[in-house]
Design a protein around this ligand. Structure first.
Ligand code: DGY
Length: 414
């Protein structure tokens, strides 16, 4: 698939228009701050035409790293009334800048490796900052050393309203009694967004985290929501490998990274759900697997995990018969699949990018090309929204979206 010059120009214009000076917002209005993995994927786009700006995107994010090593999922560099919940709801200690109290899938090491291969090695201080972030994931979100990484809030997974969270969230008691005004529905049709019952619980979990002073030990021991996530774990697995590569290039001691990597490699099998025939999230409070696969199930090859490759490819084949465009965020054969509702069905191009990279790594080139081709077709026909309906191919969520533009430049349009 060759990219028309118009789409390249459009993608660059989206990055420039979403640039707030050192970082990109995901899209104007709906998400008016710096988001963690959005910014890191933005760097993949920037590096195609402005290398220095790509590094700046990452450095700006890491400027908000907490002393614990946590890199927050939102950095509130400036006030914006178009978003709820803002810094006043999160009530973290972080003041300059204010941030949220949770993180997001750690794609930094993988993206920094990519930038290094195009440009040059990062400063050792950035490598060390990423190392601290990885260590934080293990200490804070896997304190028992199980080898699977938990999320303490659906937003920490980056996949907010996945059906996987429905049961774990049902154990979270709402605390704000609906006494708040959502701002997301000012920007996007309600049919594409989480339900009010989800928001009640998202806010209750923020309230809970704030009540502990965002204390990681307390959260891991007692948060009503603590679910091991195959997406965060696969992304971290891949990132640990890439961090070792960076560490070796910088002459650093990578022995701790290797130990963490080995723990994740042996832990990943805990996500395997024999009755679903795929990798599923695992509720650490109940020991219960989610009952169906998500797009993250196909990230195992990206993570370098090859125990169930044949079964995964069979699943992908079956999914491909249930929708027109790969890869829907949730199993399109399941009753909870909703092609328009955020993470309950739509196709997300940065997930497609990671899945296709992993499939190419294991030599499944036909599938990697199919996924890249589907992503290119979607963008070519409807532009660069937040995500896409896997059946109709129509845009879903916010428009003129940073990571979709970045991934067009870096991958789908190539
Ligand atoms: C939102 O507000 O919808 C975000 O996804 C939270 O990170």
């Amino acid at each position: 698939m060759t990219s028309g010059p118009d789409r390249i120009a459009e993608a660059k214009a989206i990055l420039r228009d979403n640039d707030r000076g050192g970082y990109c917002v995901p899209t104007a209005g709906l998400y008016p701050f710096q988001w963690n993995w959005d910014s890191l994927f933005a760097a993949l786009g920037w590096v195609q035409f402005d290398t220095e700006r790509a590094w700046t995107e990452i450095k700006t994010l890491f400027a908000a790293q907490w002393p614990s090593g946590m890199v927050p999922h939102i950095v509130f560099w400036e006030d914006a009334p178009s978003y709820f919940p803002g810094a006043d709801v999160w009530r973290t200690d972080a003041e300059s800048p204010a941030t949220s109290g949770i993180s997001q899938p750690p794609v930094a090491a993988t993206i920094v490796r990519h930038l290094t291969e195009i440009d040059q090695l990062p400063p050792k201080s950035l490598y060390e900052a990423i190392e601290r972030w990885h260590r934080w994931w293990h200490q804070a979100r896997d304190p028992q050393g199980l080898g699977v990484i938990a999320v303490s809030h659906p937003w920490e997974s980056g996949r907010d309203n996945l059906p996987d969270w429905d049961h774990p969230l049902s154990c979270v008691a709402p605390t704000l009694n609906g006494d708040y005004v959502r701002r997301d529905l000012d920007h996007v049709d309600a049919v594409m967004r989480p339900h009010k019952s989800d928001y009640d619980r998202y806010l209750a979990l923020i309230d809970y985290g704030a009540s502990t002073g965002w204390n990681d030990t307390e959260i891991a021991a007692r948060s009503p929501f603590f679910v091991a996530d195959p997406c965060v774990t696969a992304v971290l697995l891949r990132a640990e490998r890439d961090l070792i590569w960076l560490g070796e290039a910088l002459g650093a001691d990578t022995s701790h990274t290797r130990q963490r990597l080995e723990r994740l490699e042996s832990g990943f099998e805990q996500f395997w759900n024999e009755s679903a025939g795929t990798y599923c999230s695992l509720d650490l409070r109940t020991g219960r697997h989610a009952e169906a696969g998500t797009s993250a199930s196909f990230l195992a090859p990206y993570a370098g995990i090859d125990q169930h490759t044949e079964q995964l490819l069979e699943q992908l084949q079956s999914w491909s018969q249930a929708c027109r465009f790969l890869v829907p965020s949730f199993d399109p054969r399941h009753a909870d699949f909703e092609p328009l509702r955020y993470w309950r069905g739509p196709v997300w191009c940065m997930v497609n990018y990671m899945i296709a990279s992993g499939l190419a790594d294991i030599g499944a080139h036909d599938w990697a090309e199919r996924i890249q081709g589907d992503t290119a077709k979607l963008i070519t026909s409807v532009g660069m929204p937040e995500s896409f309906d896997p059946i109709a191919g129509t845009p879903v969520g916010g428009l003129r979206f940073t990571w979709t533009a970045a991934l067009w430049l870096a991958w789908a349009g190539k």
